[in-house]
Design a protein around this ligand. Structure first.
Ligand SMILES: [Zn+2]
Ligand SMILES: [Zn+2]
Length: 169
């Protein structure tokens, strides 16, 4: 399955087959359309599966890693959606606090999820490893240092393993 992003909560829920449960969890709330039209955008974070963004005391967007396995996509989407519902329901107009508190746990239950905070994605871990670049080589032992970002060339780095000088590549 390839998730098409950006999209709205309603569209992503349709792609993931979870709209019916969201609709019934939100049936008695007059802000259901607000949540349904909330944007879902691709996340570029290195290791987080997803996140919830707020602005001015209101839900702003859900970010999701499109490379996740289907069950994790569904789980992560509902986890972040529960934050949006908790914010809108219990803390409307205020900066969202206590993100994994009682209100969020209630919304997770309404959405048919166990209130676990994070899953692990093998697909995301592989994407992370493939994004690492060799940024330096140790001049003493030849070890390569791999990171997401380059080293600052004006700083001298030593290899933690042997104490040799690291040469940026
Ligand atoms: Zn969370
Ligand atoms: Zn070394």
């Amino acid at each position: 399955m390839k998730l098409l992003l950006p999209a709205t909560v309603r569209q992503v829920a349709g792609q993931l087959g979870v709209w019916e449960r969201i609709e019934s969890a939100l049936a008695d709330r007059d802000w259901i359309d607000e949540i349904a039209s909330l944007p879902v955008r691709p996340s570029r974070a290195a290791t987080r599966l997803g996140s919830y963004q707020q602005r001015g005391g209101s839900p702003r967007a859900i970010l999701l890693q499109p490379v996740l396995e289907p069950h994790l996509l569904r789980e992560t989407f509902l986890h972040e959606l529960a934050h949006a519902c908790d914010h809108r329901d219990n803390q409307a107009g205020r900066i969202y606090r206590r993100p994994h508190g009682e209100g969020w746990r209630d919304w997770m239950a309404r959405l048919g999820c166990r209130p676990e905070v994070r899953g692990h994605s093998a697909a995301l871990a592989m994407q992370y490893v493939s994004r690492l670049k060799t940024v330096a080589v140790c001049s003493r032992c030849g070890s390569e240092v791999r990171r997401l970002r380059r080293l600052n060339r004006r700083v001298r780095y030593l290899h933690a393993g042997c104490g040799g000088r690291l040469k940026p590549v």
